[in-house]
Design a protein around this ligand. Sequence first.
Ligand code: PGA
Length: 262
Amino acid sequence: MSSESNSRVPIVSGNWKMNHNHFDAIQFVQKLSYLLTKDDYNNVEITIHPPFTDIRSVQTLIDVDEVRIGLGAQHCHWEEKGAFTGEVSASFLTKLNVRYVICGHSERRELFGQTDEDVNRLIVSIVKAGMTPILCVGETLTERETGRTTAKVMGQVSAALQGRTPEQVSQMVIAYEPIWAIGTGRTATAGDAQAVVGAIRSQILESFGERAAMNIRLQYGGSVKASNIAEIMSQPDIDGVLVGGASLDPAEFARIIQFRLR
Ligand code: PGA
């Protein structure tokens, strides 16, 4: 959009979903940090989002070995504490140095009934706890085929961000993840992904002003791998990727982080 857009640091995030126990997680971080160079850390912000049960182990390893990987979670609850069996609050995560929380992932929306209103509350609690939300939005295949992609995605973005200040929005990350591309091996073409991500940035510009639009980082997610990363990252409004399946293998994830070398 302008020269200022070049100042956005690329962000590559690994969403492990319900994979890797805490033993696997330790091995993963050790292998990944062995594969990455100082240059990689200087050029790309890296976050990993292990299951809750792994977080303490990963935190300890990252702290002790001074690994420059941002610790993320996949979910939390918007309440501080109370009778919410099975849930974890945002402030519990900050105590473990978690800095990013994925919210509104299509799997949470579709499998666990998360609504736009829930996602809005979640963002409030994540920001209040001092962490960065990674907000996921995206359309189903039917919505795409019936020309409703923009309406769906823009609706999710505006519902999720309602009540946020431009300053808060400028620090956030939004991941555009077409649902039909998640875990299917099908990727949106880089041009299609750019079109939607560009529209999200324009929407942020309209609702929250230029500073927020220039600073917010926008990711693409959905079957990202080492073989398609370079094309995805070459799009002007795509500042990073949210990676599922391909983030489980340290070698493949390292190749994705090293997209600038491809
Ligand atoms: P995938 O998952 O890379 O396996 O398609 C992406 C995601 O769900 O975040």
